[in-house]
Design a protein around this ligand. Structure first.
Ligand code: GLY
Length: 431
């Protein structure tokens, strides 16, 4: 008995020695996690009865402002403009159904917040909102299946796996592979529009679902599709300076039909979120495939981003080629995606510190009052000031659920690298 008490005491002392209060000031992380948890819980409660998911806040647009940002005449783009929100909608939460491309981000944010804080309410809410997406397993109409299911069910599989989750992941990956064209070497992105076979740079983000299902099932066919897609995209989607076009449409023989933008300033501009999707996507490919071609490509894109983003706080304007004036909106979503990617990339190269430092700068900016919401404000979203699609007049300078998701993912990666953990409500250094 005495022996047992002594053993218990020494284990307790050893554990205490392993968990210390951090020497650096990480109060910004604690504050961000407190805000994130409170905002997510609030949204989850408020939205639950609708069976829908929080996406953004409805904003309107001013035609003159759009013309100035696009440096175009209204006649050249007025057909693509979305309807202005009604008076009742303006400033209120925009909800989406489960087939919207953003449906996985809210449940995914709840999973990350649960993982980072250990809070059980967040876990129950994550389970509830993830289950809403179950019918997506039968959907074949978009490449966004990867975003939708990997961010929701993918995180559920990591944190609370069961057979249903695995089945949803596999069925969705099968449907995503069904959009792959062998002669073109890509997964088709969209089924709308006049393009023959449109592929957008965002599609690189859908590959993680395929990598995960390959690992879970032991079947390499998913991974093979992902690799072929990444290789074809590397060939056609990038300019010599490593900036990316948004949309490449292919002819049936795999030659390029058109190079365009849908959400950027113009076809040859560098849309900020597109560059972020690109660096994230190739970093993931290197993690999964260990081929240095992908790593070198990710490094070149990352260096281009650091070269091109000239804002003091490292939060990019919505398009790198937008005219910079006092009214030019920044895109926080591009910044959070970049931070998440850079933190992972920082672990893969000998001079990774420069990517880590850049990501840390982004995270500190996002965690400041300039971007982080106050609890109870911002319609329950965590971050302010993103841009969805400026040329469509949609979601300009507003919160976006994917900005929140990748912010939490980046915080998780940052905390893992710094060995930080929340224990009993306190931020501790582990190890
Ligand atoms: N995948 C759509 C976007 O980035 O807006």
């Amino acid at each position: 008995m005495k022996k047992k008490i002594v053993l218990f005491a020494s284990v307790t002392i050893a554990l205490a020695a392993c968990q210390t209060a951090p020497k650096e000031d990480y109060s910004w992380i604690k504050k961000s996690l407190d805000v994130a948890s409170a905002q997510l819980k609030l949204s989850a409660e408020e939205v639950e009865s609708t069976g829908r998911l929080p996406r953004s806040i409805r904003t309107g647009y001013d035609m003159e402002f759009l013309c100035r940002q696009l440096e175009r005449d209204s006649l050249t783009f007025k057909d693509s403009l979305r309807a202005q929100p009604s008076k009742e909608e303006l400033g209120n939460r925009r909800l989406s159904n489960v087939y919207d491309w953003t449906s996985g981000f809210f449940p995914g944010s709840l999973w990350y917040a649960y993982e980072l804080t250990g809070n059980d309410t967040l876990k129950s809410q994550a389970v509830y909102y993830t289950n809403l997406l179950n019918p997506v397993r039968y959907y074949k109409g978009t490449h966004d299946l990867g975003f939708m299911i990997n961010c929701s069910y993918g995180n559920a599989e990591r944190l609370a796996p069961n057979d249903t989750i695995a089945a949803v992941m596999k069925e969705t990956a099968d449907n995503l592979c069904g959009r792959f064209n062998e002669s073109i070497g890509c997964i088709r992105s969209w089924d709308f529009g006049t393009w023959n076979f449109p592929v957008i740079i965002d599609n690189m983000m859908n590959l993680d679902l395929l990598f995960n299902v390959s690992k879970a099932t032991g079947d390499n066919k998913y991974k093979d599709v992902a690799i072929k897609h990444a290789v074809t995209t590397m060939k056609h989607h990038f300019r010599p300076d490593y900036t990316s076009w948004h949309v490449i449409s292919y002819n049936n023989d795999g030659t390029v039909e058109r190079k365009q933008t849908h959400q950027g300033k113009n076809d040859d501009s560098s849309w900020a979120r597109g560059q972020a999707w690109a660096v994230y996507g190739y970093t993931s490919c290197y993690r999964e495939v260990n081929d240095t071609t992908f790593l070198n490509f990710a490094v070149n894109i990352a260096d281009m981003i650091m070269e091109r983003v000239k804002t003091e706080d490292a939060i990019p304007y919505w398009d790198y080629d937008a005219p910079v004036t006092a009214e030019t909106p920044r895109d926080v979503s591009a910044a959070s995606v970049t931070a998440a990617a850079f933190l992972e990339l920082s672990t893969m190269v000998p001079d990774g510190k420069k990517y880590f430092d850049y990501a840390e700068k982004i995270l500190k900016s996002l965690s400041s009052d300039a971007y982080l919401a106050k609890v109870g404000e911002n319609q329950g979203f965590i971050l302010m000031h993103s841009v969805g699609s400026l040329p469509n007049g949609s979601e300009i300078d507003t919160p976006l659920n994917y900005a929140d998701y990748y912010y939490l993912e980046a915080l998780k990666r940052y905390m893992d690298l710094k060995k930080l953990k929340i224990e009993h409500g306190e931020l501790k250094v582990i190890g």
